[in-house]
Design a binder for this molecule. Structure first.
Ligand SMILES: [Ca+2]
Ligand SMILES: [Ca+2]
Length: 356
């Protein structure tokens, strides 16, 4: 196992063990983030400063067509997003039919003052969190859509809009008591205009039917759900990535090898960079993180660019183009990488060609 076990990881690992010992069987993303201020990915020749993952999926070439449209909304169902980071504040979704802070459900969607998304952990509007944010959601959102900053992090689709839907707790975890929250979070994203949902989380064991029903609801409403293979490093894709309604993503390293922590199996749809990925922590520091949680946002961002290039694409149509344009990896096993490494330039190119 190639894990950069920094202090943060050790703290997290201890808490995970504590939960297992307590008989709580459902765990969420145990990715590690090592570093902080001053850490950065190794520069790519000719692309100095750009995170290697973005170069590898050919995001700069895709940006020649589009950097994303503000009409395309991506829901990040995760641990919440730090709204104070300028690179993310610029791309966060606002609910156009909800007046914040007036105590009224102006748009009648069942959520009072959800002007900036909803926090299903504290059950308050997304900007009124009561409990401390875990870094995971900020890191994931940054990979999808952070505005490029000099020498810092950048997202795949920096002009789309991110809907902040908090689900994971302050430790980045959830338990078996939370399945209804997850289903509600998925339905919220669908009902409020998301075209894509990023689900960088996994569970031990199979969720109850309410979760799959929500994911099928997303598919029926033309919403793509991108999930993860999991971080067990074993030949078993974990839920919810295992569901047919989810585009399951495995993680590669900078040599296009399957990352040692990445789970794999026949349900893997596509692979993306997930080892030592550059993104943002709450507060705005740049850091490296490793996990399938950070591979999925590369795919989510690519799909967001494709939908920006052609908003008339259906969810199924976009996924078919994504898989058809992925780059096969030499000597690969389809259970490792699915259709191959996500290729944003090819995917966006094909989507743009569809437009009359
Ligand atoms: Ca509302
Ligand atoms: Ca209101």
């Amino acid at each position: 196992m190639e894990r950069n076990a920094g202090g943060r990881l050790r703290v997290l690992a201890i808490s995970l063990l504590g939960l297992v010992a307590a008989g709580v069987v459902v765990l969420a993303p145990p990715e590690e983030v090592a570093g902080g201020a001053g850490t950065a990915a190794s520069p790519i020749p000719g692309l100095a400063g750009l995170p290697w993952g973005l170069a590898r999926i050919r995001a700069p070439e895709a940006w020649q067509v589009t950097r994303g449209s503000e009409e395309i909304i991506v829901a990040v169902i995760d641990s919440g997003i730090d709204r104070t980071i300028p690179e993310l504040a610029a791309v966060l979704w606002t609910n156009p039919r909800e007046v914040p802070g007036n105590g009224l459900d102006d748009d009648g969607n069942g959520y009072v003052d959800d002007a900036f998304g909803w926090d299903f952990r504290d059950n308050v509007p997304a900007h009124l969190r009561r409990t401390q944010l875990h870094w995971h959601g900020t890191f994931v959102a940054g990979i999808i859509a952070a505005r490029l900053t000099e020498g810092g992090a950048a997202g795949v689709a920096p002009n789309v809009r991110i809907m902040d839907v908090r689900f994971l707790d302050s430790r980045g975890l959830f338990t078996t008591k939370d399945w209804d929250r997850l289903a509600a979070a998925v339905r919220y994203a669908v009902d409020n205009g998301a075209r894509i949902i990023n689900l960088s989380l996994y569970a031990k064991g199979q969720p109850p039917a309410v979760v799959e029903q929500a994911l099928v609801y997303a598919a029926e409403n033309n919403v793509i759900v991108v999930g993860i293979a999991g971080n067990d490093g074993r030949p078993e894709v974990l839920y919810p990535g295992k569901y047919p309604a989810v585009v399951a993503v495995s993680a590669t390293d900078s040599r296009d090898a399957l990352a040692p922590f990445s789970s794999w199996g026949p349900e893997v749809a596509v692979a993306a960079p997930g080892h030592e990925v550059v993104s943002l922590l709450p507060g705005g520091r740049t850091a490296l993180g490793s996990g399938t949680s950070y591979a999925a946002p590369h795919v989510t961002g690519t799909l967001a660019l494709m939908l920006s290039a052609d908003p008339s694409l259906t969810a199924a149509g976009a996924v078919a183009l994504l898989l058809g344009s992925a780059a096969p990896l030499a000597g690969s096993d389809a259970r490792w990488f699915g259709a191959g490494l996500v290729d944003a330039a090819a995917g966006v190119g094909r989507a743009a060609q569809r437009t009359p």
